[in-house]
Ligand binder design. Structure first.
Ligand code: F6P
Ligand code: MG
Length: 503
């Protein structure tokens, strides 16, 4: 009897229990607090919302969807062009296999495949890549992983196409392009070389205060040359009229003021105070975390030359990439190419003898700096990983310690800025020191400067009124974040002098 009751009441019971909560308060629209608390931040969960390829409103989408496949297509064309000029069969077959691997990468990229581990090609960064993929990106694909990681991963996979080969390990599919761009920048190149071929001199008859003022103006102008060298159209230098150039030469006033208006977050004056202080302590070490080869690198070198000559720095360390990266970034080969082409090259058939001599003088002086150890070129594997610089102290402690001994670390360009700021949707009013996290707050963090023309979504450091400035631009100037027309020059105080501690 009991059995019957039990089974009939069991069969009439609902298969799924649904509670009606009509008498409870309604759900509230609670916003998640940003930034995320530091312990919850990881490469898949930046402090503010990440940009991902499927976010159609962001530059991430255009890049992942169309720019990267186009770049890869051009890279395949370049390798094919090289293939057509090869003769030894073994090398030909080896290169054919590299091109096939590029084809597979194209299929993965355009088919939005899942991110697989990097093949062990004996490079120093493999462990870092695969640890990050295993910990944070299992099952993620090109479009739903954060844009920064997915984009960097694509360049690492491109490198892998060659690094597992026998003859083509160091082949650079972007090399031709980088060199061509420099040879097409002749006006701007000579604009600078004709001014700086001779070591600069400040008129003897000036008073101490006047000399300092002349140096200050020169520093501000050259910092801007170095900054705008990162913008692709190079219009700053080559579109100037004779009169504008003269005014730039004499006072720096008008032209500088005009271009300075486009620097939306502007710590130029603090930067000058910083280097001036260095000189008072007999000059310091300044590091450049480089961005692009060719014209931008040339501007960096002109700037670095001035920093040495003026005694503001006694040593400059340049940090480049170990393999081709984001199309135009500097590798050791690009560095050597620039210095040698200045001295021995025949790149500018229409140049005058005087112009060519000005390049040779610059090139010889810069090579001499290298011999004397005043300029040092370095290439740590960390720079070509998918980690942002929030993880520099934990994932590359040796590099962090090395940078912590520098008096000022200047990061060039858009990608370095994205990596400093975790490439996420932080409000434009976010102070730079907050946006770069441990690169400002970790014990031993050096002073960090970013010289960046704005070419992608993340924008910080615009001051307390920054959110309003960014909103206005959003409404009045579509594309202002990717045009390279605007820039930021931001500086963090860091925590130099404090002992570096590692977790
Ligand atoms: O593909 C987009 C991007 O990564 C952006 O950061 C920027 O538009 C470009 O590539 C690289 O710019 P930069 O050479 O200044 O780092
Ligand atoms: Mg670059």
């Amino acid at each position: 009897m009991n059995d019957t009751i039990t089974s009939s009441s069991a069969s009439s019971a609902p298969s799924r229990v649904t509670l009606h909560l009509g008498h409870l308060p309604s759900k509230k629209d609670i916003k998640a607090p940003w930034p995320r608390t530091p312990t919850r931040v990881d490469p898949n969960n930046p402090p503010w919302p990440a940009y991902r390829g499927y976010h159609e409103y962001s530059f991430a989408h255009a890049t992942m969807q169309s720019r990267l496949p186009t770049i890869l297509g051009k890279a395949i064309e370049d390798a094919t062009r090289t293939l057509n000029n090869q003769s030894p069969e073994e090398e030909v077959i080896d290169l054919v296999q590299c091109i096939e691997r590029m084809g597979e990468l194209m299929t993965d990229l355009s088919g939005n495949a899942k991110l697989r581990p990097i093949v062990d090609d004996n490079e120093a960064d493999v462990a870092l890549w695969n640890k990050e993929i295993a910990k944070y990106f299992q099952g993620k694909d090109f479009m739903n992983a954060p844009w920064l990681f997915a984009e960097a991963y694509k360049y690492r996979r491109l490198h892998e196409c060659f690094s597992v080969s026998k003859f083509w390990r160091n082949y650079d599919v972007f090399y031709r392009q980088k060199n061509d761009t420099f040879s097409r920048s002749s006006d701007a190149v000579f604009e600078l070389s004709m001014r700086f071929a001779e070591p600069f001199k400040i008129a003897e008859e000036l008073s101490r205060a006047e000399k300092l003022e002349a140096e200050r103006l020169m520093f501000l102008e050259l910092t801007q040359v170095c900054l705008w060298g990162n913008s692709t159209d190079l219009s700053l230098l080559i579109n100037m009229t004779e009169d504008q150039i003269k005014s730039l030469q004499s006072t720096g006033g008008d032209h500088l003021a005009a271009t300075e208006k486009n620097i939306l977050g502007n710590d130029l004056t603090r930067l000058w105070e910083t280097v001036k202080e260095l000189r008072e302590k007999t000059g310091g070490r300044i590091d450049f975390v480089l961005d692009n080869a060719g014209f931008e690198l040339y501007c960096d070198c002109v700037y670095a030359d001035f920093l040495l000559q003026s005694g503001l720095a006694t040593q400059i360390r340049f940090h480049g990439k170990r393999f081709p990266w984001f199309v135009s970034d500097v590798t050791k080969k690009d560095w050597e190419w620039l210095l040698n082409t200045l001295v021995y090259g025949q790149l500018f058939p229409n140049a005058t003898d005087v112009e060519l001599e000005s390049l040779r003088r610059l090139g010889r002086r810069w090579k001499q700096y290298e011999k004397e150890g005043k300029w040092v070129y370095e290439q740590h594997p960390f720079w070509c990983t998918g980690y942002t610089f929030w993880d520099l102290h934990s994932e590359a402690p040796d590099l962090f310690l090395h940078l912590s001994r520098s008096d000022l670390v200047i990061f060039k360009g858009d990608l370095n800025h994205r990596k400093l700021t975790y490439d996420c949707a932080a409000p434009a009013s976010t102070p730079f020191e907050v946006a770069i996290g441990p690169m400002a707050s970790a014990a031993g963090a050096p002073k960090v400067a970013t010289l960046r023309t704005i070419k992608s979504d993340v924008v910080v450091g615009l001051g307390p009124d920054g959110d309003r400035i960014a909103e206005n631009l959003d409404q009045t100037e579509a594309g202002w974040k990717i045009s390279g027309k605007y820039a930021v020059v931001l500086l963090s105080e860091g925590r130099p002098g404090e002992k570096v501690r590692f977790a």
